[in-house]
Write a protein that binds this ligand. Sequence first.
Ligand code: PLP
Length: 478
Amino acid sequence: MSHNAESTAFRSALEVIRAVEPRVADAIGAELTDQRESLKLIASENYASPATLLAMGNWFSDKYAEGTVGRRFYAGCQNVDTVEALAAEHARELFGAAHAYVQPHSGIDANLVAFWAVLADRVESPALKKAQVRQVNDLTEADWFALRRELGNQRMLGMSLDAGGHLTHGFRPNISGKMFDQRSYGTDPATGLIDYDRVAEAAREFKPLILVGGYSAYPRKVNFRILREIADSVGATFMVDMAHFAGLVAGKVFTGDFDPVPHAHIVTTTTHKSLRGPRGGMVLCGPELADQVDRGCPMVLGGPLPHVMAAKAVALAEARRPDFADYAQQIVDNAQALADGLLRRGATLVTGGTDNHLVLIDVSGYGLTGRQAEQALLDSGIVTNRNSVPQDPNGAWYTSGIRIGTPALTTRGLGTAEMDQTAELIHTVLTQTTAGANADGTPSKAKYTLDADLADKIARQATDLLAPHPLYPGIDLA
Ligand code: PLP
């Protein structure tokens, strides 16, 4: 692939957009500049390839394609069928799954598809059966009442938010917390690790319909074989949300007990985090749940996005190449180097380190809240996000943690030496930031002071660190 082709493609696209609304073209250009200049340590973000990005910007976006491959509710879907089938095939091959549903528009949507599929599969309800076979018009008021009562009474056991779980695993701000009666499992307060005996105990007491594994902010491997045994022991369906670490599964860094696909009944993911694809979601499952999963649209999803499915096919093809495994391993090597660098300088890390792509710093050791630390780092050109730590005294808004991840910087080509330098920059900012006070003298959880010259100096050092690793080196918009 010549650099020229990429530059020409994006320059031409911007020229066409500029002719209609120049401010959009300018914003797109500015976004590239900003992304090039910032030290992006957001654990859930990455940089998709030019091929993946380009696959999204075309006339596939104009096509409606409700239904599934070969069985659409719209005419003229033969080309959508091609890309959807390709994306699903790549996904099945890459992850060793019997079935892949590539229509979900995001991770939240993928989880909703999975929840509905499990409910429809597991809940004994004549009314639901009628609804499933599209005899919706035959449902009586009593049927609807029974349906709502039966579905609304189901139980979900997932990882608690402050231990690293995700909102969609049964928490109130998400519909899952309203659909399900939820209970959480946390982590051992001494080690920060999942205590599988406690999970088993909670499962025995609570008897969930669905046991959810997976996380947004847990820096360790999870043993999915043990979680499956726990699910089986109480008759639960075992679902894993691998949104964060799908790239590590694809790259065969997580294998055996740590690969969720052979152990879970159903696996959901995003495609845009460590997997490095377009923004989107996906569901993998065995043949038993495939039918229900394929009802995702229109059951809970709007019409499929064929342009994004095309981009998923491209990104999944990239992830099947041997160099993706090197990339995935480097993500983890980099996260471990970052963790070691921080620990050597005196930082406190949840669980004392990492086995995956993310590191969770407990910034209370620096006398800061997560909110103060996040903002001070941002002032210094380092983009992270605040995150709760287990048993967080500052709650989910201010928090006591900073979550950092390496998938994006690894895509740029930074290695372990640069991770040590990154640790130095982070540690310097955090030691030089002081918590502020409110007008009445009480400690503020948001205000802080950081010398502006120091922040500028760190931002320049961050830019220097990135300079040898240009983002999208093949793209020159000038
Ligand atoms: N599941 C997990 C574990 C996540 O971390 C996230 C997002 O951060 C999601 C689901 C939701 O993904 P999306 O933002 O694509 O809906």
